[in-house]
Design a protein around this ligand. Structure first.
Ligand SMILES: Cc1cc2nc3c(=O)[nH]c(=O)nc-3n(C[C@H](O)[C@H](O)[C@H](O)COP(=O)(O)OP(=O)(O)OC[C@H]3O[C@@H](n4cnc5c(N)ncnc54)[C@H](O)[C@@H]3O)c2cc1C
Length: 469
């Protein structure tokens, strides 16, 4: 593997990609070398823009033969910098944009890797179906990206992560061969499930070029509410009651803290306080049902009982689409709203639901001891036990000094996560950002086994070499 790429390899890549299929223009490439949070920047000798699976195979074949490293990139919304090259060839899927087919009997869509999640949603809606993977980044995040990161999002509670939503994958393996695994079967029990290896592989086992995704019926009723609570433990109790009330009809259950809501209201235009009482904690709940009106009735029953038993202290049920969108906006902008507050130590963790409240209390006390005045803005998909546990610089504090303590501060948080039998990366992956940190928490056996799988598929380690073990 070489990171400085020989001129003859570049010439051969340009020749197979043809005009419009590559770029070395710094202005064209620049946006692809910076990640969303601006924490990482990269370099590349060539941006490869293949238009077909055959062109991807030709690029990977040349790289394999010459030991040249490749970083695949989709929408560049990844939050752990796996998509930012450090000298590798940057292979973008932005021209792999075809929806190859959609079928209401099989309930599938076959989409190329560069199709955005929003475009998948649109295509599904056009045949009265839905693809239930919702991310705030869905306007840019791509099919190849969500598969490679096993993305989660807001509907995991009911539909699972991307791993549960993919029936088939087409990929170019690290030796340049095309694997056509674009099946659309719900049952195929014939040995190792190779597509599952590629899901969540973060670009280390090949380039995903297309996928068959599962579609679902459109729900006939949906009710959305914003609820105010005193403490996270009440949220966990409310979730258990909501599951029982609906028989599994809870589609989203998102936690937010007062401080994060304050950042949104102060820093994001066109947002308003969803609850007049401005409670210490908020939960955004979405219930669904196949029966018209049933989700609204279940929400009324759930919240009335929760009020009467003192579990919640405020609630508003969305009365219109506009109000529902407004509730989601204050949730989806939680991360962006932190930017004007200065930098933070970001964590994407999960712990068993039963331990969320204890984790929050213990981690927050530990962070306050380590860096007095630091502001904890925890929010996220709490229904899956997943929190974005972000720690921001104290107001007026020395940001440089604060960011220099990120690694140490994160270790404190992650050690507590590990003690609660949790994960230090619930949904974003490891990328370049967290691979070293993950070595502290994965067993040697797990790391050795992952390395053996990788070495079998990519013996020269040309695919995203600095990502994963
Ligand atoms: C505002 C915001 C909200 C977000 N919310 C969520 C959330 O709720 N849940 C969640 O899980 N994530 C979330 N993310 C993270 C991100 O959107 C997801 O990780 C997404 O799946 C990345 O897709 P992408 O196309 O942008 O991939 P990229 O960022 O381009 O790449 C991500 C990784 O996948 C690899 N890759 C990309 N395409 C391919 C391919 N075709 N073949 C092989 N490897 C490939 C890259 O090398 C890299 O390692 C959020 C991000 C932002 C900015």
């Amino acid at each position: 593997m070489t990171i400085s790429v020989p001129a003859d390899v570049i010439s051969r890549l340009k020749a197979v990609l043809g005009e419009g299929g590559w770029s070395q223009d710094p202005e064209r490439i620049a946006p692809k070398l910076v990640e969303w949070r601006g924490r990482w920047t990269g370099t590349t000798p060539l941006l490869a823009l293949p238009k077909t699976t055959a062109e991807v195979a030709a690029v990977v074949g040349i790289c394999a033969a010459s030991g040249t490293a490749i970083t695949p990139q989709g929408g560049n919304t990844g939050l752990v910098s796996g998509q930012i090259p450090q000298g590798e060839i940057l292979l973008s899927t932005e021209r792999l944009r075809a929806v190859r087919g959609i079928d209401a009997f099989d309930d599938v869509i076959v989409a190329e890797a560069g199709v955005t999640l929003a475009a998948v949603h649109e295509a599904a809606a056009a045949i009265n179906r839905r693809f239930p993977l919702g991310l705030a980044s869905e306007g840019s995040a791509t099919v190849g990206g969500v598969i490679s990161t096993n993305a989660g999002g807001t509907q995991v509670l009911r539909y699972g992560t991307t791993r549960n939503l993919v029936l088939g994958v087409e990929a170019v393996l690290p030796n340049g061969e095309i694997w056509n695994g674009l099946k659309r079967l719900r049952k195929d029990n014939t040995g190792y499930d190779l597509k599952q290896l590629l899901i969540g592989a973060e670009g280390t086992l090949g380039v995903v070029t297309a996928a068959t995704l599962k579609l679902f019926p459109v729900m006939r009723s949906r009710a959305t509410a914003m609820v105010g609570l005193d403490a996270p433990l009440a949220a966990i109790e409310l979730l258990a009651r909501a599951k029982a009330e609906t028989g599994g009809g809870v589609e989203a259950f998102e936690l937010m803290k007062r401080i994060g809501m304050g950042f949104v209201l102060a820093n994001i235009p066109d947002t308003r306080e969803p609850l007049d009482s401005a409670p210490p904690w908020y939960v955004l709940i979405e219930l669904v049902s196949g029966e018209p009106g049933a989700a609204d009735a279940a929400m009324e029953r759930l919240l009335t009982h929760a009020f009467e038993t003192g579990l919640i202290n405020d609630a508003a049920i969305a009365q219109s689409d506009a109000q529902r969108v407004a509730f989601w906006k204050v949730r989806e902008e939680q991360s962006a709203a932190q930017k004007p507050e200065g930098g933070g130590w970001k964590h994407d963790v999960s712990v068993p639901l039963s331990r969320i409240a204890d984790f929050l209390e213990e981690a927050t006390a530990a962070v306050e001891r380590f860096h007095p005045g630091a502001r904890v803005s925890a929010f996220g998909h709490v229904g899956d036990g997943n929190l974005h546990y972000d720690v921001l610089c104290p107001p007026g504090g020395d940001l440089k000094d604060f960011l220099a303590r990120w690694e140490q501060g994160s270790q404190i948080v992650h050690d507590i996560v590990a003690r609660y039998d949790g994960s230090i990366s619930a949904e974003h992956g490891l990328g370049r950002l967290k691979t070293d940190e993950a070595r502290r928490y994965k067993s040697p056996l797990e790391i050795r086994t992952m390395q053996a799988v990788r070495a079998a598929i990519d013996p020269h380690r040309i695919m995203n070499p600095a990502v994963l073990f």
